[in-house]
Design a protein around this ligand. Sequence first.
Ligand SMILES: NC(=O)c1ccc[n+]([C@@H]2O[C@H](COP(=O)([O-])OP(=O)(O)OC[C@H]3O[C@@H](n4cnc5c(N)ncnc54)[C@H](OP(=O)(O)O)[C@@H]3O)[C@@H](O)[C@H]2O)c1
Length: 250
Amino acid sequence: MDLTGRVALVTGSSRGIGRSIAERYASAGARVIVHCARSHAEAMAVVRGITERGGEALALFADVEERQAVQRLFEDIDAAYGRIDVLVNCAGRNRDVPFLEMTDEDFAVTYQSQLRGTILCSQAAGRRMLSQAGGSIITIGAATGVRGRRNGANYCAAKAGVMVLTKVMALELAPTVRVNCLVPGYTETDEVLDRFNLRDPRKLAAHVSGIPLGRLALPSDIAEWALWLAAGAPHTTGQLLYVNGGAYMG
Ligand SMILES: NC(=O)c1ccc[n+]([C@@H]2O[C@H](COP(=O)([O-])OP(=O)(O)OC[C@H]3O[C@@H](n4cnc5c(N)ncnc54)[C@H](OP(=O)(O)O)[C@@H]3O)[C@@H](O)[C@H]2O)c1
């Protein structure tokens, strides 16, 4: 899979799944924009790692929950590269809380970053991709956006929104832009290991027992499919691609 010369923005790529996708894209030849809102030092470290391996990367910072910040982010990309070929919407926050205790703020934190952020970035990228006659947008859903989970009303509802949004965008941006959704199962990032206490071997074993392929996903597993969706995936749009070791068969 080759992305030589393609310009790819991976939102939320200072760590976790986004970081792995940014690094994989760079190793496939893309000019990668490493992005985050707050963790600037981590993003700069990702850029340094990519450039030390001979890749091309630039760090840009913006809160995807703010329309004007997203507008400035894409103006900076216009100034740096004059085009955008791939957008991966990885930025997102979580805040687990029992449904009856969920406040407006608990809902807003997740909804604003996961769903509205995806909308704002995809609008900005979609307009540019239509005018340059091509592009690929990738969203990140979640198995729990289909089957739900305790304490995740805000997150599961936002991810369900992202997944159906993917189909709407695929319909409206076709045939010029392909839009597809990666749906990871539990993936080994610090955020998930900490939130679900999965550094405890017994907790981890309980989770893994429900995964036919016998382990959590690695960020690099998700990155391989993100590369395939960006560089290959002929005649494919509006699809949800489950990468979860068989834990949920969509
Ligand atoms: N890990 C899993 O098991 C799993 C499973 C299914 C789906 N997902 C989804 O996959 C995506 C990545 O997950 P992850 O585990 O890699 O998360 P993570 O390690 O917590 O990384 C989140 C990234 O998003 C950025 N971010 C958060 N809010 C932002 C905002 N408002 N504006 C700009 N950047 C923002 C963070 O940077 P700053 O801190 O600097 O803002 C960071 O770079 C998320 O959408 C998550 O819901 C994860």
